[in-house]
Ligand binder design. Structure first.
Ligand SMILES: Cc1cc2nc3c(=O)[nH]c(=O)nc-3n(C[C@H](O)[C@H](O)[C@H](O)COP(=O)(O)OP(=O)(O)OC[C@H]3O[C@@H](n4cnc5c(N)ncnc54)[C@H](O)[C@@H]3O)c2cc1C
Length: 289
């Protein structure tokens, strides 16, 4: 199907983009990589009369380390994150996750900020951003605010973004030397959205796990942090009994809806499988370091 007709404006500042959003309201959409938006236009799920192309906004580009943080500009493409030496060194969780996002052609155009703004519940970046304690910079061109990733995803495709705001960047605190990461997901075919996925982080010192983050995607309307499972593992050595307790806690924390490919009970079972695999990988990494 062809997209409906729309006007097109290319802007080079956050202020100009936000001003157009205010002027045109719900009739306008930002376009970044276009990898989600153009598909929804083609299927006529959305019929905006104006597309505001934000790819030329310089302040939303780039990946850098400064002031104890890794900063990923909202317009960094998935492939930029995948290939970034800074990301691999400071936040390898993102390097592990990137190859699971769609296919190379989509990763060449889709953006970090676009994925987070769209907030697909089965997408990789939102869960990784929560697991790595990321914070989003949101701007309406005159005022900026910072929102923790954990507070940003409000419900199915619902976020804390106001109608005239853009995500300009995501900041991650640089992890300490004991921080370890693991990323696992199950999908029908490589590159499909995940049936169930898991982003894990934790401090691993002499075989003890502290301050874990267990964040699932594909099992709810938003990334889901499994806090009771975290509590079952925190401060211990992830021995089989503790892992059993953590997996049992998932039953009370995750309420996945079944879909075309997996029933809710199957998804819950797979979440437990991923937790065992992910924690083993996290702890094994410490054994080698
Ligand atoms: C076949 C296919 C398979 C895919 N598989 C996966 C997958 O496995 N995992 C995955 O995570 N994604 C997947 N995607 C989606 C892909 O990752 C998209 O690139 C991403 O979701 C959106 O990024 P974008 O830059 O293309 O955004 P766009 O399509 O340009 O925009 C998406 C939405 O976000 C808004 N937006 C964009 N940037 C900003 C910003 N900076 N501030 C505020 N709002 C903004 C737009 O207005 C729009 O509403 C897939 C897409 C396709 C077509």
């Amino acid at each position: 199907m062809k997209a409906p007709p729309f006007a097109y404006r290319r802007v080079d500042s956050v202020a100009a983009a936000a001003a157009l959003l205010r002027e045109h309201g719900d009739e306008a959409r930002l376009i970044a990589g276009g990898q989600t938006l153009l598909a929804t236009l083609g299927m006529r799920l959305s019929e905006p009369s104006l597309l505001i192309d934000i790819r030329g906004i310089a302040e939303m580009q780039g990946i850098a380390v400064a002031d104890g943080h890794l900063r990923i500009g909202a317009l960094a493409r998935h492939v930029d994150v995948e290939r970034s030496a800074l990301v691999a060194r400071h936040l390898p969780l993102l390097s592990l996750a990137a190859p699971h996002i769609a296919h190379a052609a989509i990763r060449n155009r889709g953006t970090f900020g676009g994925s987070i703004a769209f907030a697909d519940p089965a997408a990789e970046w939102p869960a990784c951003t929560v697991a790595a304690d990321g914070a989003l910079t949101l701007s309406d061109g005159t005022r900026s605010r910072t929102v923790a990733a954990a507070d940003f995803f409000l419900g199915l495709y619902q976020t804390a973004l106001r109608p005239d705001e853009l995500i300009t960047a995501v900041q991650f605190p640089l992890p300490g030397p004991q921080r370890r990461f693991s990323f696992t997901e199950l999908a029908r075919r490589h590159g499909d959205y995940a049936t169930v996925g898991l982003a894990l982080a934790g401090d691993v010192t002499d075989g003890r796990l502290d301050d874990p983050r267990i964040v699932y995607f594909g099992v709810g309307g938003t990334p889901v942090r499994a806090r009771a499972a975290e509590a079952a593992l925190a401060g211990g050595r992830a021995e089989p009994a503790a892992l059993d307790r953590a997996v049992a806690e998932l039953g009370g924390e995750l309420a996945p809806a079944g879909d075309l490919y997996a029933a809710a009970t199957t998804k819950l079972h797979l979440a437990g499988v991923l937790l065992r695999r992910g924690i083993q990988s996290l702890m094994a990494e410490d054994a080698q370091s």
